[in-house]
Ligand binder design. Structure first.
Ligand code: FA5
Length: 356
């Protein structure tokens, strides 16, 4: 038998099955056809045994055609069975358990923002929202950061291609939530007491495992008569215990921000080694999560007198404290998360997101 004759025979088997399937009306009939064509004694088996009659030089090529024929026969049977099941089922089992639709949930960052808001509302803070595209004035200038000041380079700002205002300057994507400070003073007609928590998106030209171009910060601002660093420290300790669990401590280290004086960096004690930096009492095994016993979350300080003045508040009468931390950073330090790449939060990967 020549290779062409053999190929014709294979094609004929496929055609015959196609025709037979158009007449099959039940699952039983289709299953019988499956046995007749693909079973041990079926048409395909018989044909595959005839391959020995093909000249050796053509066998290799024919082998591929033979495999292809088998796949075609199998898929004809499979799709006939599938169609049969969907078209012939005319009854519904009302006692069968329902198929639960998959429920979505809040994004982990939104969950964190809700929790943060709740914690601060408990001690009299009010959550506010301010523009995320704002004037240079609120983002920098009113915060004691004059145009030429080198500190402004640190924020790696996105400028908006919009007309410049004589007083307000350029429009920028907010680099931090501190733009809310003077806005809040204005909202309250420069009349303390102020207890604000401002949570918003921020934007910077940064991208690595601990930085994203869009992220969130939460900014606390308290202004009243007689506010001191003790009030700031008490608030930090309160938040640490509420957000990370009992026993978590806060620590402030001297730092520099133009809009606070004195300024600090804020750390929270590591929940794995409880602030010791070691996993054992003999201090032989270093904590891999924090390395030092503490995690830095952001900045804080006593509101600079020039910022109070920009908001129309007399710095001789009132003092205040402010802090600003990354929501993502603060959240990923939570016990059990230990996320070492915050970009995962914005990956849109459901395998990751559905874990929260
Ligand atoms: C500030 O933004 C100050 N406005 C904070 C402040 C407010 C100080 C009030 C004093 C008084 P800093 O640039 O360090 O400071 O940012 C604060 C925190 O925001 C960082 O510690 C980090 O947690 C988070 N953060 C900053 N840039 C990014 C980024 N690109 N991606 C994710 N988180 C970021």
């Amino acid at each position: 038998m020549t290779a062409t004759e053999y190929t014709n025979k294979l094609q004929e088997v496929v055609k015959n099955l196609q025709e037979a399937l158009t007449k099959a009306e039940t699952n039983q009939e289709i299953t019988e056809l499956k046995t007749a064509y693909l079973g041990k004694k079926g048409h395909f088996k018989a044909l595959s045994q005839q391959i020995k009659d093909i000249p050796r030089t053509e066998k290799k090529e024919i082998g591929a055609v033979l495999n292809d024929t088998k796949t075609q026969l199998e898929s004809l049977i499979e799709s006939a069975l599938a169609t049969q099941t969907t078209t012939t089922q005319s009854w519904v089992d009302l006692t069968a358990p329902g198929v639960k639709p998959k429920l979505g949930h809040m994004h982990p960052v939104s969950q964190a923002m809700e929790e943060i808001t709740h914690i601060f509302e408990q001690i009299g803070f009010t959550r506010v929202r301010y523009p995320e595209v704002d004037w240079d004035w609120y983002v920098f200038e009113a915060l004691n950061m004059p145009k030429s000041h080198p500190a402004r380079d640190e924020w790696e700002t996105f400028f908006v291609d919009a007309p410049t205002d004589e007083k307000m300057g350029k429009m920028v994507l907010t680099t931090h939530t501190s733009n809310g400070q003077v806005r809040e003073m204005e909202r309250l007609n420069s009349k303390p007491p102020i207890r604000m928590i401002n949570i918003a998106r921020c934007y910077r030209r940064q991208q690595d495992a601990t930085h994203t171009q869009m992220f969130h910060q939460f900014e606390g601002l308290v202004v009243d008569k007689g506010i001191t660093i003790q009030h700031l420290k008490g608030t930090l300790d309160y938040f640490a215990e509420q957000f990370y669990g009992p026993g978590t401590k806060s620590r402030i280290r001297p730092f520099h921000f133009q809009f606070t004086e004195p300024s600090f960096e804020v750390d929270f004690s590591c929940h794995i080694c409880h602030g010791t930096g070691y996993l054992d009492t003999k201090e032989e095994q270093k904590c891999r999560f924090c390395k030092s016993g503490w995690h830095e979350v952001g900045g804080a300080g006593m509101v600079h007198p020039n910022v109070l003045k920009a908001g129309g508040i007399d710095p001789d009468e009132y003092t205040g404290f402010a802090f600003g931390w990354g929501v993502e950073r603060t959240y990923t330090l939570k016990e059990g998360l230990n996320l070492d790449d915050i970009r995962l939060l914005y990956s849109g990967d459901l395998r990751f997101l559905t874990q929260f």
